[in-house]
Ligand binder design. Structure first.
Ligand code: KG4
Ligand code: ZN
Length: 333
């Protein structure tokens, strides 16, 4: 089954053609990052406008890169939640228009389920049930993937998402938006033990995260050094910060894996591209005798191939959208 998938939840306009949820025929991503960089973060109004300008071209490119026309695809999948409402609406409206004009079925896909499904593309052998650490710019979750469309969230961030924390630490260190990948790069030549950031102590759910304290610790460290006229090594701060975040993510996932007994652990979302997080998760999985599944780097950040992958399983489970489908900014898995 060939699915044409569309993703526009944040600052990438993306379209892809995916066969049977696993094989990517084309994957086009038009990033708006260069424009949002000027403002140090995503400006929702600009994002919506750029999606409107790009979507027809990106969808056309995805079809032509796969050498297909509308008559060759079997369904249209689209991200409808969660995300920036104006941005989501562009993809949802376009997909509804395509569905109406072609008669193809419409499949609404949850963005986070899509991130998880990126692993099905990279690992053709991966099947639920498994445990998944989802770390993106907007979410940090530990999820039991009980089946392709059945999820149970065990833990979540009580404040900032991991990616948000990376971006804010990067900003105070003077790196451009989005800073996660710059921290990753700088950390390669820094010392992980130069600075000590404490792990937050949380009462209640032991699988929950909190990143706002670490973010504030980095901000204070940098500002105090500036006030004293001291020069900090950005590389050392980046390496120490990245190690702290990776350790927290790894330790919480290990706790959840031990308690639930899963021997398959996956990681998903933009921050799953982080080399420190990937290494830490490998050590965690090895220590538990579990198999680790990491998405290929090109499927970590936002893309439409992951939406096509999840869309296939949503289709099999009977999920359909009609002309009343709306975008939703906030929605749990
Ligand atoms: O999943 P994603 O593309 O978008 C959302 O759904 O939010 O995640 C974007 C986040 C940003 O915060 C970005 O800085 C972070 O992923 N990110 C990274 C790396 N690459 C992207 N964070 C740390 N290390 C990286 N290599
Ligand atoms: Zn995302």
């Amino acid at each position: 089954m060939k699915i044409l998938a569309i993703e526009s939840s944040c600052d990438e306009t993306a379209a892809a053609v995916v066969v049977d949820g696993r094989k990517v025929e084309s994957n086009i991503v038009a990033s708006q990052i260069e424009e949002h960089k000027l403002y140090g973060g995503v400006v929702p109004e600009i994002a919506s406008r750029r999606h409107v300008e790009s979507i027809a071209g990106v969808v056309g490119e995805a079809l032509s890169a796969a050498s297909l026309g509308y008559g060759d695809v079997d369904a249209i999948a689209v991200t409808y939640a969660p995300g920036l409402i104006g941005a989501l609406l562009v993809g949802v409206s376009y997909a509804k228009g395509l569905s109406l004009s072609t008669g193809l079925p419409l499949i609404p896909v949850h963005h986070i389920a899509g991130h998880i499904a990126a692993n099905y593309i990279t690992h053709p052998d991966l099947e639920p049930p498994f445990l998944c650490l989802v770390v993106s710019g907007g979410h940090s979750l530990i999820v039991e993937v009980k089946d392709y469309t059945v999820f149970n969230v065990l833990g979540r961030s009580r404040d900032d998402a991991a990616g948000e924390c990376f971006d804010k630490a990067a900003r105070v260190l003077g790196f451009p938006y989005p800073g996660g990948k710059h921290i990753d790069e700088a950390a390669k030549s820094g010392s992980k033990t130069a600075y000590k950031f404490t792990h937050p102590k949380l009462s209640g759910c032991e699988y929950d995260f909190s990143f706002s304290g670490i973010k504030t610790a980095v901000v204070n460290l940098v500002h105090n050094a500036e006030q004293r006229g001291e020069k900090l090594s950005r590389e050392d701060v980046a390496a120490s910060f990245q190690k702290t975040v990776a350790d927290i993510l790894g330790e919480k996932t290990a706790l959840a894996a031990k308690a639930t007994g899963y021997k398959k652990i996956a990681v998903a979302g933009g921050v799953s591209a982080n080399s420190g997080v990937r290494e830490k998760m490998k050590r965690v999985a090895d220590s538990l005798g579990a198999t680790l599944y990491l998405p290929d780097l090109r499927y970590c950040g936002d893309n439409a191939a992951m939406i096509g992958a999840q869309g296939y399983y949503d289709f099999l489970s009977g999920k359909r959208g009609d002309m009343s489908l709306n975008a939703v900014a906030t929605m749990g898995l």
